[in-house]
Every structure is written in C-alpha cells, then in structure tokens.
Design a binder for this molecule. Structure first.
Ligand SMILES: [Ca+2]
Ligand SMILES: [Ca+2]
Ligand SMILES: [Ca+2]
Ligand SMILES: [Ca+2]
Length: 484
C-alpha cells in the first residue's frame, strides 16, 4: 500500500505556562495585556513593597512567562492597579483606585516602555466619589483612553493620550448603579456594561450602554430576570455584535455565570446562556478569540463558546483569574492570583483548544437557556471631572517566580547550522539525525501529552507516527513537526 504520509518540520509557537510572581506579602493581579514583543504586562497591587499600604504593581514578562522587570507606583494610602495597556509609543498606561490623594480617587499612570514614570493624574467629580477600585480603562484608537468607574453610579470619561479630559458622561439612574468593563468598538464608539438597581426586574439587572465616539448615548438597555444580574465584562465579537458576561441569581439560589449575546446596532438580545456547577459561579471577563469564538473567565474556570451560544469546552484552571486577554499569537492568557508566597500574581497561558495536560482539567457545568427580559432605558448626561497632577513613588521590587504547572515548551529555535539533532520528513513518520552518541527523545502532542519516549542513536533514527502535530525535545534541541 502506498503511504501518502508527508511530514515537514516547522517553526512555531510559545510555551504554555502557569506561573506565580510575588513576595512575602499579598500580590493580587487584576488584569493582563499583550505587549508588542509577544509578552505581557500584568497589573495589580502589592503590599510587599511600595510607599505605604498597597501600591500598583506592574510586572512585565516575556511570551514564555519569564519575569523581565517589575515596578510599584503609589502614595502613602491604598493604591490598587486595575488595568494596564501598552500605548502607541510602546509605553504603558495603568488605571486604578487611589486613596493617596484625598478627593481624587482614580489614578492614571503613564510610563515609558521600561516602566519609568512619565506622568500621573488623579481624577474626581465632586462631591461624588468617582472611581472605586472597580474602575476600568480601555485604549482608544486615537491614542487616548476611555475610563469608567463609579461608586453608586456609572461615570464614563474620554481622555487624551496625555490624560486630559475630553468629555465625561454620567449614567444617571436614581438608585445604585455600578460599572464593569468598558471597550472601544470597531465603529470608534464605546460600550460600558455594569449592573443597575435603578431599572429592570428584581434587585438588579445587567446594564449595557452603547456610546458614539463623542460620548452621546446611541442606546441603553437593561437585561435580567426576577433576581439579581450583574454584568462585569464585554467583548465585541467577530460578527460585529457583543458578548456580555457576569452572573445571575435568577436560575438558582446560588450565583450562575450569565452570558448574553447582544446586537451592537440596537441592543436586542440574540441569545443567553447560563452555567451552573452547583456553587457560586461568576464570569468576570470575556475576550473574542482569534478563531472567531469567545473565551470566558470565571475565577477558577475558563470556558469557550461559539457565537451561536454552544459551549465548546470548559476547564478548571490552577489560578483564581480576574483578567483575560489574547496573546499576540492568539493564545488565551489569564491573570489573577495564586498562593505560593502568601498571595502572588498568577499568570496562565493556554491555547485555544484549552488543553494543558496536568494543569487544566475538564469541568462540566449545567448549561441553561439564559434568555432574560430586556428593555430600553434613557440615560446620559454631561458631567465635569477635575484632575490633579500627582507624583507617585516608584520602587523596583524583587519578586520570586514559581511554576504552578510544568511549562510546555513548544518553541522552536531552528539553528540548523551546528545543530546536532535535526528532524526531517519521511514517509509515515519522522526521522531524526543525531550527531550525539545517545540522547533521550520525547515526543508530545500539542496539548502537552507525552506520546513517545525513547533514545536516539548517532545517525538516522526513524519513528513511525500517525498523522498529527508533534512537539519534540532531544536534550537541548526541540521543535514541532507535522506528519501529514
Ligand atoms: Ca506574595
Ligand atoms: Ca500606597
Ligand atoms: Ca434582575
Ligand atoms: Ca451556581
């Protein structure tokens, strides 16, 4: 029988890892952003180092999760870093809560690409407390930022790249309302989500407000059942609509994840799903994925859905996640906390298949129809925001890295010149040409499972393999190979 197997050795990839970064006190990570070098910037807070109580902690790691540099920023009070993004000049902008500058409760910090402080501003509207530590930031395509926060109300402000306020709006409900994430949408407008006790049914409902680039409200709606609903995050998805995530008490006495797909054009509900695993499940972040699906983070759980509302996979993860992002090459990255040293920053990188053997395990929630009632509301009024320039203290902490899971290194350094082990195509498998008398060879599936282990002799070694993608390691040499 003629074998049609053809194999090629290809370069790719980045390691999967789950790591903690911390010191003796508490390091809580709140979110993570990809950086132009393929790595990540993680923001949160620490009380191990800094100017007093908690300070912002910014940790820069490589694509493989290797710690590159760290800084703290803050004053003598509590300073909680919430979100970070890389700016168009390759620096960083961070936002969070501050208690260090009385009367001004949102802190925005701009640094260089190496974390050097460039400017910092604190913001408030008087007499309201503006941003609690649930404030969120998002980069705007004009180089500026949009910021939301509130303590009993939802405030949205558009800032220039230098932190000057361009406009600010208040979602003016009569009762308590609280913001979750804000995003810029592909039309240059913005969407802010949160929860409201001013409208809707029962104790609270999701609130979603779609704004034009100038902050005028295009539509606003509430969504919910007879119990509480709280939205925490939103993502624009591949078909131009949005997915809003949070939690609900409508379907069970305990919290369930609630996922709503909502029309970008008018806010009508497209579908809803709720997930229960018998305990309190609360989705806290969502991202659109490179393969046109969505991934949803719920503390110790990560799940992926298609845009029709089907659950594709759900996993238990080894860190308590708060923030979810995409790597520059499409993997999923979760930031949160882990506990090797009291409480540390935790960071997990996993592929779009959710497979990371020995690190993530299957989790099977009950899936329910989460379609809930929805109604339009009328909101939006201009407000005045004031800011002051502040100078946070900056420190360089020493953090320890701990592996929570054994990293799966799928990276390839194809140093053909001088390579002592080379993988090349043969019919029905792979061949390895080794110049070393004897060396151990391990072959893994892409999800990190060991599928072959043996020794290479000096010279050519042939291994019969079925079709598929294999990761291989022989001593210091490694690569990825496809058997077709
Ligand atoms: Ca710690
Ligand atoms: Ca502080
Ligand atoms: Ca409700
Ligand atoms: Ca539940």
């Amino acid at each position: 029988m003629l074998s049609l197997f053809v194999s090629t050795c290809v370069m790719t990839g980045s390691p999967l890892f789950a790591r903690a970064y911390g010191w003796s006190g508490s390091e809580h990570a709140h979110s993570v952003a990809p950086t132009n070098d393929g790595g990540f910037a993680i923001i949160g807070r620490t009380n191990s180092y800094g100017a007093g109580y908690d300070d912002f902690l910014l940790v820069k790691v490589s694509s493989a999760g290797v710690l590159e540099w760290t800084r703290t920023y803050g004053g003598t009070g509590h300073d909680y870093g919430m979100q970070v993004f890389q700016t168009q000049d390759m620096g960083y902008v961070m936002a969070g809560y501050t208690g260090s500058y009385i009367g001004y409760y949102t802190l925005l910090i701009k640094t260089s690409s190496s974390g050097t402080l460039q400017w910092a501003k604190a913001y408030n509207i008087y007499p309201a407390w503006w941003v609690t530590w649930e404030g969120y930031l998002y980069p705007a395509s004009d180089g500026g930022f949009v910021l939301t926060g509130g303590n009993g109300e939802i405030i949205v402000a558009k800032l220039s790249s230098g932190g000057a306020i361009q406009w600010a709006k208040r979602i003016n409900g009569p009762n308590d309302d609280s913001p979750g994430h804000i995003i810029e949408t592909s039309d240059g407008g913005f969407v802010v989500v949160g929860y409201t006790t001013s409208w809707g049914s029962g104790p609270s409902d999701f609130i979603v407000v779609k704004m034009a680039p100038d902050g005028s409200v295009q539509w606003a709606r509430v969504y919910g059942g007879p119990s509480y609903e709280r939205a925490l995050s939103v993502a624009e998805v591949a078909d131009g609509n949005m997915v809003v995530v949070g939690y609900t008490g409508t379907f069970n006495p305990n919290d369930d994840i609630l996922v709503l797909k909502v029309s970008m054009s008018d806010g009508s509900l497209i579908w809803g799903r709720a997930f229960d695993a018998g305990s309190n499940e609360q989705a806290c972040d969502v991202v659109a994925t490179a393969d046109n699906c969505v991934a949803i983070l719920c503390y110790r759980y990560l799940l992926k859905m298609d845009l029709s509302g089907n659950l594709l996979w759900s996993r238990r993860i080894p860190i308590s996640g708060y923030g979810l992002t995409n790597s520059t090459d499409g993997d999923l990255v979760v930031a949160g906390y882990a506990s090797p040293n009291n409480i540390d920053f935790g960071l997990l990188r996993v592929g779009l298949d959710g497979n990371y053997s020995g690190c993530l395990s299957n989790w099977s929630p009950t899936v329910m129809d989460g379609a809930v009632a929805s109604s339009p509301i009328t909101v939006g009024e201009d407000i005045t925001v004031s800011s002051i320039d502040v100078t946070p203290e900056v420190y360089t902490p020493n953090l320890v890295t701990t592996n929570i899971c054994t990293p799966v290194d799928v990276s390839e350094e194809e140093r053909w010149f001088g390579r002592e082990v080379v993988c090349f195509p043969v019919s029905g498998g792979l061949a390895f040409n080794s110049q070393i008398p004897e060396i151990t060879l391990s072959l893994y599936s892409p999800d990190g499972r060991l599928v072959y282990s043996g020794h290479l002799r000096k010279g050519e070694n042939r291994i019969s393999l079925g079709q598929g993608v294999y990761l291989w390691r022989a001593g210091d040499y490694k690569g990825k190979a496809v058997v077709r």
